[in-house]
Design a protein around this ligand. Structure first.
Ligand SMILES: NC(=O)c1ccc[n+]([C@@H]2O[C@H](COP(=O)([O-])OP(=O)(O)OC[C@H]3O[C@@H](n4cnc5c(N)ncnc54)[C@H](OP(=O)(O)O)[C@@H]3O)[C@@H](O)[C@H]2O)c1
Length: 333
């Protein structure tokens, strides 16, 4: 079968047209993939900047496909259904954190950027019917991450003010859409005026360029402080996010693309009674709640562009450049 395979550190991901097809074991289904989507995780792995990399591995944590065969013990009602896949595996029972056995689809196990995929049947959910194949493919990992960070960790409430940083990102955009749907007043930041303008068209109140010096001071002067910040950058810019928070504010971050947090002034954190939450993916319950929420509010994932399967490596390049607004989808069949 065709697959986008991480072959070696030097070669990175390449299109392999002769990868062995997987077979569904007991409890698993085999899915004929229709579309898959990239996450920044795939880019980090492709660049060798991720733990536990192994070769060869088919990358991709997100996808939509049709169940075309069943392993022993799987309910026959799944056969022929169009499904999305929960990329979280073995979260466990504790809502506060995942188990030590936790892993994400697409490393160490082969992922979604392939013609066929096998997963446990308990990872399946019918694809929301209001979404196209490409939109459904874009949802699982980023949607789950945004949902837990926003509602599970930061406990965003209707009527609160929230700042979502780096709004061009896949997770950031879901966080914005979910927060708007939940009745929050949403502000965004970005490196791009154009991306801010798109976000405002989608319902954000306003946006600022995080690339401008003292953006945080101007933000507070113009819009006031916020109750919640959602971030994936960290690095030297994190301290400014604390300045933007109101008394009792919460900040949840799920990425650290800009590296170590420097310049954080502890007095500002404890005096303002600020809570700082790390957040990763989400539990099985949160995956179900997230998809229910998307269906209930008719949320449509933002797809930046769709790539042909044979051109899938180009999607990795576009994500690494950071030019996108929303998700990058690879059409598989
Ligand atoms: N812990 C988890 O479970 C989890 C899950 C998903 C993702 N992540 C991590 O979260 C990060 C984002 O993932 P993604 O898939 O959403 O990536 P993505 O779609 O490639 O988006 C990355 C975004 O980061 C923003 N950014 C870059 N520099 C920034 C800065 N200095 N300040 C604020 N924002 C900045 C950019 O926003 P603009 O273009 O608007 O400037 C860019 O669009 C990655 O590091 C990823 O590994 C973690």
């Amino acid at each position: 079968m065709k697959a986008l395979v991480l072959t070696s550190k030097e070669q990175g991901v390449i299109l392999n047209t002769d990868y062995p097809q997987p077979v569904a074991n007991a409890g698993e289904v085999r899915i004929k993939m229709l579309a898959a989507a990239l996450n920044h995780r795939d880019v980090w792995i492709n660049q060798g900047q991720y733990g536990g990399i192994k070769y060869p591995t088919i990358l991709g944590s997100d996808g939509v496909g049709m169940v075309e065969s069943l392993g022993e013990g799987v309910a026959s009602e799944w056969l022929g259904k169009t499904v999305i896949i929960n990329p979280s595996n073995q979260w466990g029972d504790n809502q506060r954190h995942q188990s030590k056995q936790y892993h994400i689809l697409g490393l160490p196990k082969d992922g979604t950027l392939a013609e066929y995929l096998t997963v446990n049947a308990d990872r399946l959910r019918l694809a929301p019917t209001h979404l196209s194949i490409e939109q459904a493919a874009a949802l699982p990992l980023a949607g789950l991450t945004a949902y837990r960070a926003l509602f599970g960790r930061a406990q965003l409430q209707a009527g609160e003010k929230v700042l979502i940083s780096g709004i061009g990102g896949g997770v950031a955009l879901f966080a914005m859409q979910f927060a708007i749907a939940a009745g929050a007043e949403v502000y965004v930041s970005s490196s791009s005026e154009e991306k801010i303008a798109y976000a405002v068209q989608m319902g954000a109140k306003a946006g600022v360029l995080y690339t401008e010096e003292n953006w945080h001071k101007n933000f507070v002067k113009t819009y006031g402080e916020v109750d919640v910040v959602i971030d994936s950058a960290c690095g030297n810019g994190f301290a400014a996010l604390i300045d933007v928070l109101a008394l009792g504010g919460r900040i949840a971050f799920y990425g650290g693309g800009q590296g170590a947090i420097n310049g954080l002034i502890p007095q500002k954190v404890f005096w303002k009674q600020i809570s700082i939450f790390g957040s990763t993916m989400g539990s099985d319950e949160q995956f179900q709640q997230m998809v229910d929420f998307v269906e209930q509010h008719h949320i449509i994932p933002v797809v930046d562009s769709v790539f042909a399967f044979d051109d899938g490596v180009a999607a990795f390049v576009r994500m690494a450049e950071g030019a996108q607004f929303g998700k990058l989808v690879v059409k598989v069949s």
